[in-house]
Design a protein around this ligand. Structure first.
Ligand SMILES: NC(=O)c1ccc[n+]([C@@H]2O[C@H](COP(=O)([O-])OP(=O)(O)OC[C@H]3O[C@@H](n4cnc5c(N)ncnc54)[C@H](O)[C@@H]3O)[C@@H](O)[C@H]2O)c1
Length: 322
């Protein structure tokens, strides 16, 4: 099957492309920065053309050339802040609409887009309960508002044109090379892996973690499915406080220097209790345990740095001394 990945060379894109290629799909990527190096210099394994999603002609031309059966849009102003509202609006809102409109004109069979857990806003709006895809949205940041509008626009295209457009709301995606969006959880693992100190504001702040390879798997399954039953899915993930994450890291790296300015933070947390049963039931998605993924992230970083890996053998988990 022919798949076009817009926003191909960021954090999630290369993993998704490699996942699709491994399944035997034919993939082309498009990105403003097509030559960006992937983590570990692992080749993406598919051609990536230069194109700007804010330019309708770029998106349309690429779709007509590639003739994809499936398109996914990952190009976004993640972590672009609130300080550049015009430029970020063009990328997030116009870029997404260009993707939907070009897909319509090109007769693409399925469009998948990344929404975000950010649409839900603070967990405190819901109390201590799981939030599902039909719950009201309370996000107030520009990023959240853009995702909320993307979901609105997707519903319009589905209703007016009968298109198959499916949104996925990723939780806090984590991995060794994440630099945009939420990165406190990443720093706890990666700085410790490098033997560097990390100091963060709030020990009790909650995150809902999903490893980037698991996120890529979710996107691949939704993209390739014959007929998804819903137009929106929560990725879900594993809820953990930053303090608990630090404890897991200490289990592997007892000398890790992870400190916090204060204990609290739970009450300030974004949505971290999420019902992802819709995705789980339909796509059979199950995530590996957090300890497994934390060790992977630590060792991915240590490999990059030329440091010996941590092991889980023996009574005490520790870095090997070789
Ligand atoms: N990473 C997360 O934790 C997370 C969580 C929730 C939702 N999401 C969503 O998932 C999607 C992918 O996230 P990511 O972490 O891979 O983001 P990323 O920022 O790492 O990657 C985005 C890619 O888009 C490209 N891009 C930027 N402007 C472009 C333009 N005008 N035209 C073409 N390409 C352009 C960038 O060069 C980059 O390669 C985004 O929509 C993001 O909002 C991510």
């Amino acid at each position: 099957m022919s798949v076009l990945v817009l926003g191909a060379t960021g954090f999630i894109g290369p993993r998704l492309i490699r996942n699709l290629i491994a399944r035997g799909e034919s993939v082309v990527g498009m990105d403003l920065n097509p030559a960006a190096a992937a983590f570990g210099d692992v080749p993406i394994g598919a051609p990536v053309v230069r194109g700007d999603v804010t330019q309708f002609e770029d998106v349309m031309r690429t779709m007509l050339e590639v003739k994809p059966e499936r398109v996914i849009n990952l190009a976004y102003g993640l972590g672009a802040g609130e300080g550049n509202p015009h430029q970020v609006m063009r990328l997030d809102i116009l870029g997404m609409d260009n993707c939907f409109e070009a897909a319509r004109l090109a007769g693409v069979k399925r469009v998948v887009y990344a929404s975000s857990i950010a649409v839900s806003g603070q967990q405190s709006h819901f109390g201590e309960r799981l939030v599902n895809e039909d719950d009201p949205v309370h996000g107030t940041s520009q990023y959240a508002m853009h995702k909320i509008f993307n979901e609105f626009q997707a519903r319009k295209y589905i209703k007016n044109y009968g298109m198959s457009i499916v949104g996925v709301r990723p939780a806090n995606v984590t991995g060794p090379d994440k630099v945009r969006g939420s990165t406190d959880h990443v720093q706890i693992m990666t700085e410790a892996a490098r033997g560097k100190a990390v100091h963060l504001p709030k020990k009790g702040l909650m995150r809902l973690l999903i490893h980037v390879e698991d996120m890529a798997e979710v996107f691949a399954r939704v993209l390739l499915a014959e007929a998804p039953r819903h137009s929106l899915y929560n990725s879900g993930g594993i809820p953990v406080s930053l303090g608990e994450l630090a404890d897991i890291v200490h289990g592997f790296l007892p000398e890790a220097q992870i400190t916090f300015a204060e204990e609290g933070g739970r009450e300030d947390s974004g949505n971290y209790l999420v019902d992802s049963s819709r995705l789980g039931k339909e796509f059979g998605i199950e995530y590996p345990g957090l300890h497994t993924r934390v060790l992977e992230v630590i060792n991915d970083v240590r490999r990059q740095e030329g440091l010996p890996p941590c092991t889980t053998t023996g009574s005490r988990r520790t870095a090997t001394s070789t």
